[in-house]
Ligand binder design. Structure first.
Ligand code: R5P
Length: 257
């Protein structure tokens, strides 16, 4: 792995702890004005100081994030689908590597739908973007999107994560599940977890704690942070779990809810 690639990865996964708190605000790419992100500028502004990286789309980055902000950017480069469309797995590559470089991103992110109707297309998208990004030392985060018909269990998620890593993804984002340590052990690159749909703050913090305990390199969390009644408190609480091994109970006590 070359210097640039290693340097960009270390901007995301902090060398001091080997962990990361990524803030995901890319939901609008297929969900439109997601609850909590209807007017994203202020939400992002108040949360970004506590995020190790910010995951979002090109459009949001250019319109709501101050270019003077120095938080590493993980740019979503797949999409062209919508929640009301034919099939969510019908994704394309939506950003050129040249534009990602122009936007000075630290990594790009792309979804794959293993077992989905357009599985092959999304895996080809991943392979293509990795091959292009390798030439510029840009890491690729593969997001294992799970279709409604798929079970979010260790067997399925291990399959999806391992395929992403075998195609060359540098980081894989997936969901937490029972026997999660099996998913991590069979994936040769760092695994981070998505938060998923909004659950209680207590449960979301427990999810983060369990994922780190079971070997995750961090979280790439969105709705459970920006839809919380105390979003700033929530991201700080998640940070304390991920970077300082604070228990979910102790982290919960710090929330103003
Ligand atoms: C999918 O819509 C995106 O990749 C999100 O970034 C991802 O699902 C993480 O966000 P959340 O924690 O809200 O699931």
């Amino acid at each position: 792995m070359d210097w640039g690639m290693k340097n960009r990865i270390s901007r995301i996964i902090k060398p001091k702890t080997g962990k990361t708190v990524m803030l995901a605000v890319d939901h609008g790419y297929f969900l439109g004005p997601t609850t909590g992100l209807e007017e994203p500028r202020d939400v992002i502004k108040q949360l970004v100081p506590f995020a190790d990286s910010l995951m979002l789309t090109r459009g949001l980055l250019r319109t709501v994030v101050d270019p003077a902000n120095d938080t590493p950017i993980v740019l979503r480069v797949s999409g062209a689908n919508s929640i009301i469309g034919d099939d969510l797995s019908n994704e394309a590559i939506t950003v050129s590597v040249e534009d990602a470089i122009r936007l000075n991103v630290s990594a790009v992110a792309l979804s794959i739908y293993v077992g989905g109707k357009y599985e092959h297309q999304t895996l080809k998208n991943l392979a293509t973007i990795i091959s292009e990004c390798e030439g510029y030392g840009i890491p690729v985060l593969a997001v294992t999107a799970v279709g409604k018909e798929m079970a979010r269990d260790a067997k399925y998620l291990s399959l999806a994560c391992r395929i992403a890593a075998e195609l060359g993804a540098h980081i894989v984002k997936t969901y937490y599940c029972e026997d999660f340590e099996k998913v991590v052990k069979s994936c040769p690159v760092p695994v981070v977890i998505a938060g998923g749909k909004k659950i209680s703050e207590k449960d979301a913090l427990e999810l983060a704690f369990n994922a780190i305990r079971d070997g995750a390199s961090g979280v790439d969390m969105g709705r459970n942070i920006f839809q919380s009644k105390d979003p700033v408190g929530m991201i700080k609480a998640v940070r304390s779990i991920v970077h300082e091994k604070v228990t979910a109970e102790k982290a919960f006590e710090t929330l103003k809810i």
